[in-house]
Design a protein around this ligand. Structure first.
Ligand code: RP5
Length: 164
């Protein structure tokens, strides 16, 4: 019997992106969504990027979360290589606070979209939630887990702020 394909690929340009992208991996773990994690750099490992994108459909990937910082070409290049939806996470940089990453990812030409999240950890977590929402369209059990996660978050928000 062949193993179930892993539906979500989390890729990042560098080991230094991991503290940010871990937010996505942890949230997918919480929601029970199987995923793989790889370092794939648009600039340092372009052949790896090409192979990953070329094989994504055949391997059964349904969503790719791609995080990169600075001249963040990884999500866009991945979107050019596969029709699997790509969710881009701009990693916060020291020099320009991640605005460079955001602009590199968000401003795609017509025809090759990248669903671009917020800069940094919140963006990585939201990428996981977006991926889960896409998969939940055809997975009622995941849909229930995602609804429960959202309800729990809402319930944790107090009605009024604590006043000093
Ligand atoms: C990008 O360059 C990576 O995505 C990372 O955010 C940034 C810096 O990489 P390192 O120099 O820390 O490896 O490709």
């Amino acid at each position: 019997m062949s193993a179930q394909p892993v539906p979500v690929g989390i890729i990042m340009g560098s080991q230094s992106d991991w503290p940010t992208m871990k937010e996505a991996a942890d949230l997918l773990d919480t929601l029970g969504v199987a995923h793989e994690v790889r370092i794939v750099s648009a600039h340092r490992t372009p052949d790896r990027l090409w192979d990953y994108g070329k094989s994504a459909v055949d391997r059964g990937l349904q969503v790719i979360i791609a995080g990169a910082g600075g001249a963040a070409h990884l999500p866009g290049m991945m979107a050019s290589k596969t029709r699997v939806p790509v969710i881009g996470v701009p990693v916060q940089t020291r020099a320009l606070s991640g605005v460079d990453s955001l602009y590199s990812i968000v401003q795609m030409p017509r025809g090759f979209p990248v669903a671009t999240m917020a800069i940094g950890a919140a963006g990585a977590a939201n990428a996981a939630l977006m991926a889960a929402g896409i998969l939940a369209l055809r997975d009622p059990e995941l849909a229930a887990r995602l609804d429960a996660w959202r309800a729990e978050l809402s319930a944790s928000i107090p009605d009024a702020p604590e006043r000093d």
